[in-house]
Design a protein around this ligand. Structure first.
Ligand code: PLP
Length: 426
């Protein structure tokens, strides 16, 4: 298992050590990109720290009042209804994802998207002890899922017990339209499958697009929604995420699975309490929604700028980001070669790059990513590391400073052009 979002950092640090500053485009951490945590949010957290209860354990499933609050929030959407008992807190959604796959019965498989946020695909693969099973997201169709591919894979693989979707999606920035979500529910119905939806970016959409929660379309089928505060508040360092179980009693197996996950949390005692105590206070603060809307509008604007800068570059497929804060850019098929390059003036940088390139056979998008890091000091993540056969890379839309954002993507666009042209010259 590898996690290239962080793996690439080691390489970038070597470039830094030569005296260069890096433009970090590898990780979805709004705080690293200077997103400001509003003062009222800090005050809520500071006030909580003055109370003794903040220093104790929580209930194993999580703070009851917070679970009640979140259940009500879900129920207002008028879809599948839940109670506080259907919510289970974890130390970050990453922890929830790990547990989810770990406690599935060993032969059960979950089919997930490709490309995929690798925490899911790696955890599923580790559970099954073999390669992940995936359905395609199509860069030629705005990254929408290839439903026929999904249908056929589910039909011919009886080991598949569930389907994962990430909505809005990481790494593509696609938001599933309602009809497509309904298509997933239909397949789940036909083959009696569990639906798992990672909705950590549910409230991060813009430019007129909104994300339909799974609870609205799930009907009476078993499903798990995964949510968290790392991106939305944003407070990734809180390590706080949760599962919502929909229609828990709709099948015996599902009910047993939910119970297993709860038992596992009991063994661990509970998840971190401070962020759980803060959730209702932050989400009901009068400025909460306007803050999120403002942040979303800013990402939407960056999505437009990115489309203006990268939209017409020959040799790549570009789809504007609709939700979350990533974009995945893929190279047209067969365009990458093992001889392409970018010019690097500093011999020390060239020597460093050479050490990365020698000997190892690497996917050709990783090779481009290494060149980009050495030549432009822009740190992105190859898409081959997101459980995908496509060749490209993921960037973020988090940079707050307009000029830095535009300059980064202009340089990136130029680098793509030069890299692809370099093989024509040779
Ligand atoms: C789709 C998705 N799910 C889960 C996570 C993990 O979030 P957390 O910080 O709560 O562990 C991330 C983080 O990038 C993500 O993109």
């Amino acid at each position: 298992m590898t996690y290239e979002i962080r793996g690439i950092v080691k390489k970038a640090r070597q470039v830094e050590a030569l005296g260069y500053s890096i433009t970090w485009e590898n990780i979805g951490d709004p705080i690293q990109k200077h997103n400001h945590v509003p003062d009222w949010m800090k005050t809520i957290i500071a006030d909580l720290l003055k109370e003794d209860k903040t220093y104790g354990y929580a209930d194993s499933k999580g703070v009851l009042e917070t679970r009640q609050f979140l259940a009500e929030l879900n129920n207002k959407q008028n879809g599948a209804q839940i109670t506080a008992e259907d919510i289970l807190f974890f130390n970050g959604l990453g922890d929830a994802i790990a547990k989810l796959y770990q406690f599935l019965i060993p032969t059960a498989r979950i089919i997930g998207p490709s490309p995929a946020y690798s925490t899911h695909s790696s955890a599923e693969a580790a559970h099954a002890n073999t390669a992940p099973i995936t359905y395609k997201l199509d860069p030629d169709n705005q990254w929408l899922p290839d439903m026929e591919d999904l249908y056929l894979k589910v039909k011919y693989n009886p080991a598949i017990v569930g389907i994962l979707l990430i909505n809005p999606d990481n790494p593509t920035g696609m938001v599933y339209p309602k009809e497509v979500l309904e298509g997933f529910v239909k397949i789940a119905e036909e083959f009696n499958l569990l639906l798992i939806v990672d909705e950590i970016y549910q409230n991060i959409t813009y430019n007129g697009i909104t994300s339909v929660p799974l609870s609205e379309v799930i009907g009476d089928r078993p499903a798990i929604s995964l949510k968290g505060i790392s991106k939305e508040f944003p407070w990734p360092g809180a390590r706080c995420g949760w599962m919502e179980f929909y229609n828990r009693e709709s099948s015996q197996e599902f009910s047993k699975f939910c119970q297993t996950l709860e038992n596992a949390k009991m063994i661990e005692v509970c998840a971190t309490i401070l962020p759980q105590l803060a959730i209702p206070k932050i989400m009901t603060h009068p400025e909460y929604h306007s803050c999120r809307q403002k942040a979303n509008a800013a990402i939407g604007k960056r999505s437009d700028w990115m489309a203006e800068i990268l939209g017409d570059i020959p040799g790549i497929k570009f789809n504007p980001t609709q939700g979350a804060f990533y974009n995945t850019i893929v190279f047209d098929e067969y365009l990458l070669t093992p001889t392409q390059s970018l010019s690097i003036e500093d011999p020390k940088l060239q020597a460093l790059l050479d050490t990365w390139l020698v000997g190892s056979e690497m996917p050709l998008d990783k090779r481009f990513v290494y060149y980009l890091l050495a030549a432009e000091q822009i740190c992105v993540v190859p898409i081959s590391s997101f459980c995908s056969d496509l060749r490209g890379f993921r960037v973020t839309l988090l940079e707050e400073k307009e000029e830095v954002f535009k300059d980064t993507f202009r340089r990136l666009g130029k680098a793509i052009g030069s890299y692809l042209k370099s093989s024509e010259v040779k």
